[in-house]
Design a protein around this ligand. Structure first.
Ligand SMILES: Nc1ncnc2c1ncn2[C@@H]1O[C@H](COP(=O)(O)OP(=O)(O)OP(=O)(O)O)[C@@H](O)[C@H]1O
Ligand SMILES: [Mg+2]
Length: 232
């Protein structure tokens, strides 16, 4: 893809609707959302509980599909992908960080970070090296052999960040990454994510925390399934 091709670069949502059906009731968690996020941006996503923030992130990350509308990521139309292609897209392009860390409890920090590399078909030797580099990057090379329950909350989230960057994604989607952390541990995780953004990764952070949101270059608010641009 040609560099600087603005039509192709970044994330583009056109008229994205996600409808949930419960019994005979239909509910639009997202309602004809148009949104463009250029590569390298750092966007904070705020909004009340139930407004559609996670739905939005899940659709951008290919964890969920819109009921109607289009999602393009670097020119690739996610709605045209088969499930296996979508998994492969996620694995290569998106790093996810969740509030609840979502680490495998019976696997060490190193094994957790190696997991996405297995799916990407990287050789065992290379996996180890790369996973260790990622753990080093988040300051946890000395905790590689620890199980999640042998790590503090902040350390677990840093392992999750290491796992998110293992496949060198172009986008990181963080859904309340500091929600389970005290403010100083949360600040460390945000500082780490901010550094990744400085290195060129597009960063989308869902947060209730105004201190977190102020690190972003752009703020959007989701309300009743609609996206509003907020000034900084
Ligand atoms: N599987 C589902 N079936 C039906 N409705 C759903 C489903 N998942 C989400 N919803 C509804 O869609 C709306 C948006 O949910 P979403 O998880 O995106 O909210 P959110 O903004 O992330 O909220 P929070 O801040 O509490 O995490 C909510 O009102 C929710 O009840
Ligand atoms: Mg949510």
């Amino acid at each position: 893809m040609a560099e600087g091709d603005n039509q192709m670069d970044g994330i583009k949502l056109s008229q994205v609707t996600r409808t949930y059906t419960l019994g005979s009731e239909e509910f639009n968690a997202l309602n004809k959302v148009d949104l463009q996020i250029p590569n390298g941006d750092f966007v904070a996503i705020t909004g009340p509980s139930g407004s559609g923030k996670s739905t939005l992130a899940n659709i951008i990350g290919g964890l969920d599909k819109p009921t109607s509308g289009k999602v393009l990521v670097n020119g690739q139309d996610l709605s045209n992908l088969k499930d296996a292609e979508l998994s492969s897209f996620r694995n290569k392009t998106i790093g996810f960080v969740f509030q609840s860390f979502n680490l495998k409890g019976d696997s060490t920090a190193l094994e957790n970070v190696m997991l996405p590399l297995i799916f990407a078909g990287i050789s065992p030797k290379e996996r180890r090296v790369r996973a260790l580099e990622c753990l080093d990057r988040v300051g946890l090379a000395d905790r590689a052999g620890h199980l999640p329950n042998q790590l503090s909350g902040g350390q677990r989230q840093r392992v999750a960040v290491a796992r998110a960057i293992a496949n060198k994604p172009t986008v990181i989607l963080a859904d309340e990454p500091t929600g389970n952390l005290d403010s100083s541990r949360g600040e460390e995780v945000i500082e780490m994510l901010t550094q990744l953004n400085r290195d060129g990764i597009t960063l989308l952070v869902i947060t209730h925390d105004k201190d977190v949101a102020k690190h972003a270059h752009r703020r959007i608010e989701v309300r009743d399934g609609l996206v509003h641009e907020k000034g900084l």
